[in-house]
Design a protein around this ligand. Structure first.
Ligand code: HEC
Length: 139
């Protein structure tokens, strides 16, 4: 091979390595943005119902649904089963718990139970929201 061909080959190699590298960078960057996105900021269409223009307030929004609470606060443990958390939809895991009675389950969800943190980390959840998230979880 002639020296110019070597140079061309090496240049091509370097160039393709560079483009692979920059592709990898954009991937990790978007992944990082996803990872560090705030957890508690999910507002779905219909979350905030404005019934009266004079009473518009960000605090008195309609209660969040059990599904919304679950997806924001409970999912991390209750879809993976981490720390022995009963998984959503796992009938066998819930059977002995349901046998304790719903009022005990609500009470333990509110106050915490072993590795289950009080209110499942949803500190600003109302009693009503906690109830609907437990109901959603045992469905
Ligand atoms: C940090 C992880 C974690 C999060 C977040 C979490 N849980 Fe749990 N949860 C657990 C674990 C672990 C258990 C099992 C505790 C045990 O049986 O020792 C549990 C158990 C429960 C139980 C059954 C209690 C019982 O008496 O058997 C309910 C109900 C429950 N969680 C509701 C919720 C709700 C509702 C949320 C979200 C608002 C939530 N959890 C968020 C870890 C978590």
């Amino acid at each position: 091979m002639q020296p110019t061909k070597y140079i061309a080959l090496i240049a091509t190699l370097i160039f393709s390595l560079m483009s692979i590298n920059s592709f990898a960078n954009t991937q990790t960057e978007s992944e990082i943005v996803k990872r560090i996105a705030p957890v508690g900021n999910i507002y779905l269409d219909g979350d905030i119902k404005i019934t009266n223009a004079a009473s518009v307030s960000t605090k008195s929004a309609a209660p969040r649904t059990g599904k919304q609470i679950f997806n924001t606060y409970c999912m991390a443990c209750h879809t993976t089963g981490v720390l022995g958390a009963p998984k959503r939809g796992d009938a066998n895991a819930w059977k002995p718990r349901l046998a304790k009675g719903m009022s005990i389950l609500y009470k333990n969800a509110m106050a915490g139970f072993n590795s289950m943190p009080p209110k499942g980390t949803c500190a600003d959840c109302s009693n009503e929201e906690m109830r609907s998230s437990v109901e959603f979880m045992i469905k």
